[in-house]
Ligand binder design. Structure first.
Ligand SMILES: NC(=O)c1ccc[n+]([C@@H]2O[C@H](COP(=O)([O-])OP(=O)(O)OC[C@H]3O[C@@H](n4cnc5c(N)ncnc54)[C@H](OP(=O)(O)O)[C@@H]3O)[C@@H](O)[C@H]2O)c1
Length: 335
């Protein structure tokens, strides 16, 4: 049994599909109120829980041989932030996995987690990496560069608004990676012996400037008049400490975006193939795949009519806690 954390995310949903395509039994830890009904179509089981609730992690790990942890926070909220989700949540997950005798954990962190300590999001991931290394668990840490889906999302914004904000000049190199390749790399990391206890920087073979990668995405999205533009100075550099005092959650996200538009986020060409054995998709192909996927509606009531299997096809359970006759029959209410 493989436990996937973050299964409803861009990456996690492809990880689940990859595992199911290989015939592996999969359990997804999902939060009640998330768009987990998408998973019905995969035949994966799901299990209600949260990285912030160690009890649910202990129960989710029971009988599990492998864990793929690919949850992440984009923007912090009042009750959901890098301290309790990224840092403490993963620490609790490693403890639960250790106690349950999990054989190997694959953790998806991010490129530069250990380098950009001025960004709280990067620092929290670096701490989660450290606690995994110290846990004694067999592990693989994947540190991806920016996903093609991230540029596709920005391009969709650009198509609607005529510009895409950049928190820097954007002349820094990045190696965008397609989510399909990264998902398969996470699956392959479960049992490739050579990857044991390694931390691997992961990216596509093309190294582009951040601005250039955004421009290519805008072009692929048909947003012809739109262009990347530097965000106002208030949102960059010197303005950030002030914003941090006024609104810490935004400042954390902006610090992360500042890393994206200023720092070296490239990996050597050929490194993906050397680690996993196949060449990653070219950026253009990954971008087109990301743009072809319909944007995921935020509202569960919009998602529901789009699903192939509306009832709970998969088993939603919390052993010993949730009786079968109490499983949800329709979409959960939005959080
Ligand atoms: N996107 C990029 O360009 C990029 C680049 C480098 C690294 N990464 C890393 O790659 C990972 C996956 O990224 P992504 O773009 O696929 O993320 P995503 O689409 O934002 O998905 C995040 C996932 O994490 C889950 N999650 C959030 N808080 C949780 C909690 N408290 N307990 C349990 N699950 C929780 C979300 O569940 P809900 O559905 O309930 O919200 C969702 O399934 C993240 O760690 C991210 O930091 C991303």
């Amino acid at each position: 049994m493989v436990l996937v954390i973050g299964a409803t995310g861009d990456l996690g949903s492809q990880v689940v599909r990859g595992l199911r395509a290989a015939g592996a039994p999969v359990r997804c830890l999902v939060r009640q109120g998330s768009a987990y009904f998408w998973l019905n179509d995969t035949g994966a089981d799901y299990f209600f829980g949260d990285l912030r609730e160690p009890d649910t992690l202990r129960r989710a790990c029971a009988g599990v041989r492998h864990v793929i942890a690919c949850a992440g926070l984009r923007t912090e909220g009042r009750r959901s932030h890098h301290d309790n989700v990224t840092r403490a949540g993963h620490h609790a997950l490693w403890r639960a996995a250790r106690t349950a005798g999990v054989q190997r954990v694959v953790f998806v962190s991010c490129l530069g987690a250990e380098r950009f300590h001025g960004s709280p999001a990067h620092r929290a991931r670096a701490d989660a990496e450290d606690s995994l290394r110290a846990s004694g668990l067999e592990h693989v840490i994947l540190r991806p560069s920016l996903f093609a889906t991230t540029f596709a999302l920005a391009a969709r914004y650009g198509a609607e608004n005529g510009w895409v904000p950049m928190l820097g000049k954007g002349d820094n190199p990045v190696s965008p990676i397609g989510v399909a390749d990264l998902a398969l790399a996470a699956v392959a990391s479960l049992d490739l012996p050579a990857l044991r206890d390694r931390s691997i920087d992961v990216g596509g073979d093309e190294s582009l400037g951040y601005r250039e990668a955004l421009e290519r995405a805008l072009q692929a999205a048909g947003a012809l008049g739109a262009s990347p533009a530097q965000a106002p100075a208030m949102l960059r550099g010197a303005g950030l400490p002030l914003l941090g005092r006024l609104q810490p959650r935004w400042a954390t996200r902006l610090r992360e975006l500042e890393v994206h538009a200023n720092q070296d986020l490239s990996v050597p060409a050929g490194s993906f193939t050397a680690a996993f054995g196949w060449a990653p998709q070219p950026y253009q192909v990954a971008l087109e795949a990301a743009l072809a996927a319909p944007p995921r509606p935020e509202d569960i009531l919009e998602i529901y009519p789009l699903m192939q299997h509306r009832g709970p096809q998969a088993t939603a359970y919390e052993p010993g806690v949730m009786p079968l006759d109490q499983l949800p029959e329709g979409p959960p209410t939005a959080r």
